[in-house]
Design a protein around this ligand. Sequence first.
Ligand code: OXD
Ligand code: MN
Length: 590
Amino acid sequence: MAKAIEKWVDEVAQLTEPKQIYWCDGSDEEAHRLIEKGIKEEKIDGKPVFYELNQKNWPNSYLHRSHPSDVARTENLTFVCHSNKETSGPNNNWMAPDEAKKLLTGLSKGSMRGRTMYVLPFVMGNPDSPFAKFCVQVTDITYVAVSMRIMTRMGKDTLERIGNRSDFIKGLHSIGDLNPERRRIMHFPEENLIWSIGSGYGGNALLGKKCISLRLASYMGYKEGWLAEHMIIIGVEDPNGKVDYLVAALPSACGKTNLAMLRSTLPGYKIWTLGDDIAWLRVGQDGRLWATNPENGFFGVAPGTAMNTNPSMIETLKVGTFYPTLFTNTGVNTDTNEPWWEGLSEDYPANLLDWQGNKFAAKEGKNAAHANSRFTVSIKQCPTLSREFNNPEGVPISGIILGGRRSSLIPLVYESFDWKHGVFCGAMMGSETTAAATSAVGQLRRDPMAMLPFCGYNMGDYFGHWLKIGKKLQIPPKIFFVNWFRKDESGKFLWPGYGENIRVLKWIIERTKNQAESTETHIGLTPSLSSFETEGLNIPAENLKKVFSVDEGKWDKELQDAEAFFEKFGKHMPKEFNREFDILEKKLKT
Ligand code: OXD
Ligand code: MN
């Protein structure tokens, strides 16, 4: 009798009508064969899927140019289809599952005609961990097949582990005709199914990432008592060799990858990397919070990544020992055939192609690399990879950092008074939008815990779930807020960021051990200047004062905005928030 996985693949093939079906074994030899095919045979819009880059300076690296209409996540075309609309909540687009499937069936009919369907068995998390999720994605483009091999643990073993089981997570992906009008990314949490058609972009097409490890997993966590979060995981080693672990949530394209690989400017401090995008968090038997990263690679933003901002990432990108490294929508220096993006070097190379392969002439307001151009690279190549990365239990977390991109109002760092207050402030969090999604850039929106585009159920219930987790924690991590992006009146950043962020992390770690002083403000606890490491910090004292300031008189609009956002969730909002809101409002009024 055919296995459940074979039956499903067969069903998908009947609908999408591929020329052939190819089961991937996840081997290196196979990845190179697929890349070769993407260079020589396979075309998108008449253009090759891959181009070989300079193999000497960037070993094992290849360039992919996407369709110009397919460069970022499309939140307006992303749906979470619970049978009950309220379960999806106002934070998600919704369609009744039957209606959604009817629409997708129409869009997918014959969508793989003339193409190969690749079957990708993979696992999110360490396969030996009880928390691992076994998955199968099909796709009709080599770019996605190779990217999935980099980003997940993929291969034959997974197929063996799935065996006759039918409870694997299913991902149906086809690039279709790349027409945005026929593009949909739809989630069916009740069936553990993702159906994505019409886009090859990472967040829309590498289904292990946002679709499975955040949207589906967050709902699983809600039902089972754990959290799937848009967070990095890092170990911070102090000069005595003691490592403390932190998780940090920041919205897309707000420097999570740089923070995950920070090179400290403070002597004796070192960051160990465990993840740059997603954390699964559970309450351990010891009453602490434990974190694991379900992914196996980085899908990071290229512009701004350079030796002076993230040297460890540049090293990671140049290892290339056995995993291919993919660049998507960067420019190309045609003299050397190397990838190039804004920030990689101070000057533009003399002969440069832009992200669409056209000759680039430097012009005000025009970039050679797309603002959301990316690299896809194995985490195993990271020189700062933590020894604990593969630990099936994860690492115990001392502090949770939540942050946003705010040019004003929000101080560089503050600590919440307790778990409940931290969850409330996290729910209020706002951030200015970035090029990681197709909507307008630079607009302030509420983005609670940096999860607005990724929470697979009603966010009111999500806040309640965080509060419940807090009640189960005997030793809850402290919750902190950061903002690296505050500007002065002339629009200049007040804080240098990057390696200097270690100063903020040092204060945070010391606070988790009650070893640093703080100053109480209406919104939380900020560093006392005497407790914040400023030795060797080269910024005007006035900037430091401004970047820590709380501006208590200017919070009116923030509160109104948060209130209007909370109202959308009606009775799903936790009652405990009313009290937190009243306390804060009263404090700010006095
Ligand atoms: C990402 C994102 O790609 O958040 O990680 O958009
Ligand atoms: Mn992300």
